[in-house]
Design a protein around this ligand. Structure first.
Ligand SMILES: *[C@@H]1O[C@H](CO)[C@@H](O)[C@H](O)[C@H]1NC(C)=O
Ligand SMILES: *[C@@H]1O[C@H](CO)[C@@H](O)[C@H](O)[C@H]1NC(C)=O
Ligand SMILES: *[C@@H]1O[C@H](CO)[C@@H](O)[C@H](O)[C@H]1NC(C)=O
Ligand SMILES: *[C@@H]1O[C@H](CO)[C@@H](O)[C@H](O)[C@H]1NC(C)=O
Ligand SMILES: *[C@@H]1O[C@H](CO)[C@@H](O)[C@H](O)[C@H]1NC(C)=O
Ligand SMILES: *[C@@H]1O[C@H](CO)[C@@H](O)[C@H](O)[C@H]1NC(C)=O
Ligand SMILES: *[C@@H]1O[C@H](CO)[C@@H](O)[C@H](O)[C@H]1NC(C)=O
Ligand SMILES: *[C@@H]1O[C@H](CO)[C@@H](O)[C@H](O)[C@H]1NC(C)=O
Ligand SMILES: *[C@@H]1O[C@H](CO)[C@@H](O)[C@H](O)[C@H]1NC(C)=O
Ligand SMILES: *[C@@H]1O[C@H](CO)[C@@H](O)[C@H](O)[C@H]1NC(C)=O
Length: 662
């Protein structure tokens, strides 16, 4: 513990206490006990005593009990054997979804198999010893809500003190110590606290994905009937991975959503730094290609995920201002940019040849999604040009990258924009308008006008059913990962109503469906809401393999902060910031904020009787631009002010109030 503390930066102040704290899913203690008995079969007496560790339960021969921890948890299970026969053995099985509560099998994490029972059970062999027992670390289960205990015994088996020692966030004692918060009431949804809950569900999901270094899924995968989570995940820990149950590996694309979530909720950036360092350390010394995933998977051959590591580097630097780290990876970073820039040929577009991606079909050649991500990866160099250039002395390189990005944007519009559809096509020979590239084009400002943004936003809505957008480039699929970008794109297009409609449909389903864990966020599902995500695309028709705690599905958490509150930072650690609340989605108000190492950034706004009121708090010494969300006479700190033509006012750090009267 001490070792970890030494590695951490100076503590960031915590978010203020308030009614929002009751929506924080993170448990109060790192030792958690069952919250309910989900099911018992055979004669089990005193089963309720296992709830909250009230006493012991007795399982008669061949009976079993499924315990419900109430939320997604992960870690090593312990229990006490109070009475055992010498023939007794016990098996444990685990599952996230209640659909797979099964005395003979866990849900799947080692490998997807059509029988949906690949992983099997963990057996504690006979003869059992009386007393305290704890699960060996190699058999760690990274994510589950239900634990099934089966007695294989000729005599009664008495057990007590069933608990799970949470293994995620190993460097943090208090899992509820968030540095950010969000709070808003939804006047439309059946649960008025939905938006607050989904913000916290995203935050908790990313916590469950923040894991100790030596707890990765074993590769080659464990043989059928077992699982091993004792592989080493990178160059240092703790480290951020894609999912709690699986894959338990670093995936830079997933980080494109998960890391902004982490920034606005826990500011727990060291696991992100460790993940990025892992990717740069594994760069191909000949070509400059970065791997698609971290070890032990160490998947290769993805141009988009290569770019996601570059985008992740920008995000980490923007949030942390960690110059020392940047200088250690700078050489490899520039080689990695050169690798993808080198794929731009005489057409002016990147020819995507590293075909692996987030699961979508198509994607190769002169592909819109790949080029949009390349644009983001190379153009963001501009945003931090002065900082990077000053620090690294690379002004000319930065300018050359910028010029290439500008040229790419022009080519992108020439090649992919389809005026009649008001959307971008997937490549030069198709009429398919993909969800991913269209969302990225708006979000990353590959569009040339505001009208184009609105048209794309409208076009994307045509893919929706009651549960969200059905992905054109991966039929029968709803992808909360890509939808997280679409959500931001609607806000960027100024379509606040449409953004909130999407949020309620898709995450309203994810958070409340009884097929899932109702606390962390599902990796994906089919158009009809089933768990057969990616059945025909790598997951072998195994619904039990789908993850229920995937950071890439947490898009609403940062979107609510960055758009509904409207608060973003525009230079490292928030020395400059921007505030642009999106108030046209029908919400009466919202409040929240986040901390960085410079201090607290908070905002609270309300619409009352057609007047707009806002309180702002940012660290002394910072400065920001406030984009006023409506017209009217503007009063700042009780004095009338003139607003420039862009509808913006400049503010310095400290506390301010803004009112707009119509
Ligand atoms: C189990 O216990 C019984 C009664 O004490 C004894 O007769 C038997 O040999 C034991 N069996 C084993 C496998 O230890
Ligand atoms: C989910 O709820 C439906 C409708 O109430 C019910 O039929 C179904 O059995 C529930 N499923 C699970 C896995 O609890
Ligand atoms: C009950 O379990 C907890 C958590 O694993 C452990 O610390 C404690 O020692 C156990 N109690 C007994 C009496 O063994
Ligand atoms: C399930 O399928 C896997 C892979 O096909 C196989 O290895 C395993 O034995 C099967 N499990 C059961 C219980 O049949
Ligand atoms: C993981 O644990 C299994 C079972 O003990 C063992 O066979 C394997 O060698 C371990 N792997 C690593 C990387 O330690
Ligand atoms: C940079 O890449 C080289 C391989 O070319 C590797 O040996 C080195 O560890 C990497 N540096 C860092 C800081 O990751
Ligand atoms: C173009 O896009 C379509 C739709 O995604 C895809 O089916 C096709 O394979 C792509 N063509 C190439 C050359 O990649
Ligand atoms: C700009 O793009 C061209 C390919 O179009 C590439 O050869 C060149 O290296 C790029 N410049 C930089 C600085 O990456
Ligand atoms: C987006 O691109 C347009 C030109 O295409 C430019 O005028 C505008 O400033 C850009 N917006 C941002 C936020 O960079
Ligand atoms: C839902 O979709 C999946 C995948 O297409 C399919 O296997 C399943 O039968 C569908 N379920 C219902 C109830 O239609």
């Amino acid at each position: 513990m001490l070792l970890y503390l030494l590695l951490l930066p100076a503590a960031i102040a915590l978010a203020p206490d308030g009614p929002w704290d009751s929506f924080n899913y993170a448990p109060k203690s790192k030792t958690v006990y069952p919250q309910a008995v989900y099911k018992s079969v055979g004669t089990v007496s005193g089963s309720g005593k296992l709830v909250g560790n009230m006493g012991s339960a007795t399982l008669s021969p061949s009976s079993w009990i499924a315990l419900d921890f109430g939320i997604e948890v992960g870690g090593l299970v312990s229990l006490n054997f109070d009475a055992v026969g010498n023939t007794s053995s016990v098996s444990l099985s685990f599952t996230e979804s209640p659909m797979f509560v099964n005395p003979l099998a866990s849900d799947d994490s080692s490998y997807p198999a059509p029988n949906m029972t690949y992983d099997g059970v963990f057996t504690i062999p006979a003869p059992l010893s009386k007393g305290y027992w704890t699960q060996p670390s190699y058999s760690l289960r990274g994510g589950f809500r239900y634990l099934t205990i089966v007695s294989h015994s000729e005599t009664a088996l008495e057990i007590s003190n069933v608990s799970c020692a949470i293994s995620f966030m190993p460097h943090v004692e208090n899992l509820r110590a968030y540095t950010g918060y969000f709070y808003a009431s939804d006047p439309v949804f059946h649960d008025p606290d939905f938006l607050t809950k989904v913000w916290y569900a995203g935050a908790y999901t990313v916590q469950t994905n923040t894991v100790p270094l030596h707890t990765g899924r074993q590769v080659p995968f464990a043989a059928a009937g077992s699982w091993f989570n004792n592989a080493t995940l990178g160059v240092a820990g703790p480290i951020i991975v894609d999912g709690a149950k699986r894959d338990r590996a670093v995936w830079p694309g997933d980080m494109g959503i998960a890391v902004p979530t982490q920034f606005v909720s826990t500011f727990d950036l060291i696991p992100t730094r460790n993940a990025l360092s892992t990717m740069f350390a594994a760069i191909n010394p000949e070509t400059g290609a970065l791997p698609e995933s971290g070890p032990p998977l160490s998947q290769l051959g993805s141009d988009t995920y290569h770019c996601w590591t570059l985008i992740g580097t920008h995000n980490y630097y923007l949030y942390s201002g960690d110059d020392d780290w940047l200088s250690t990876i700078w050489t490899n970073y520039t080689r990695a940019i050169a690798f993808v820039e080198g794929k731009v040929d005489s057409t002016g577009l990147m020819d995507v040849t590293g075909l692996r991606d987030w699961g979508r079909l198509g994607g190769g050649g002169y592909n819109a999604e790949g080029n949009a991500i390349l644009y983001k990866a190379s153009s963001i160099v501009l945003l931090t040009a002065s900082d990077l250039a000053n620090y690294m002395g690379d002004e000319s390189l930065s300018a050359a990258w910028g010029a290439n990005a500008t040229a790419l944007k022009a080519k992108f519009n020439e090649a992919f924009w389809v005026e009649s559809a008001g959307m971008y096509r997937d490549n030069l020979t198709t009429t398919l308008h993909p969800q991913d590239a269209n969302s990225f084009a708006v979000l990353y400002n590959l569009t040339l006008s505001d009208e184009q943004k609105v048209a794309v936003s409208q076009g994307l809505e045509k893919n929706w059913n009651d549960l969200g957008p059905v992905v054109p480039e991966l039929p029968d699929t709803i992808s909360p990962f890509i939808s997280g970008f679409e959500l931001q794109a609607h806000f960027e297009a100024g379509q606040d109503d449409r953004a909130l409609d999407l949020l309620r449909r898709e995450w309203g389903y994810i958070l409340y469906t009884n097929l899932s864990v109702q606390s962390t966020l599902l990796e994906g599902f089919t158009a009809n809401g089933s768990l057969w995500y990616r059945s025909y695309r790598g997951y072998n028709y195994d619904a039990a393999y789908t993850s229920h705690a995937h950071g890439w599905s947490s898009g609403p958490t940062s979107a609510l902060t960055f758009y509904i509150l409207g608060l973003t930072i525009t230079s490292p650690r928030g020395a400059t910031w921007s505030l642009s609340p999106h108030i046209n989605g029908g919400l009466p108000g919202a409040e929240g904020g986040f901390g960085t190492s410079l201090g607290w950034f908070g905002v609270k706004w309300a619409l009352q009787d057609n007047q707009f009121f806002m309180e702002i708090s940012t660290p002394e010494g910072t400065s920001g631009q406030v984009k006023l969300p409506r017209n009217g006479s503007v009063v700042v700190d009780e004095e009338a002010v003139d607003v420039d033509a862009d509808g913006e006012i400049a503010l310095t750090g400290g506390k301010h109030s803004v009112a707009i009267f119509s």
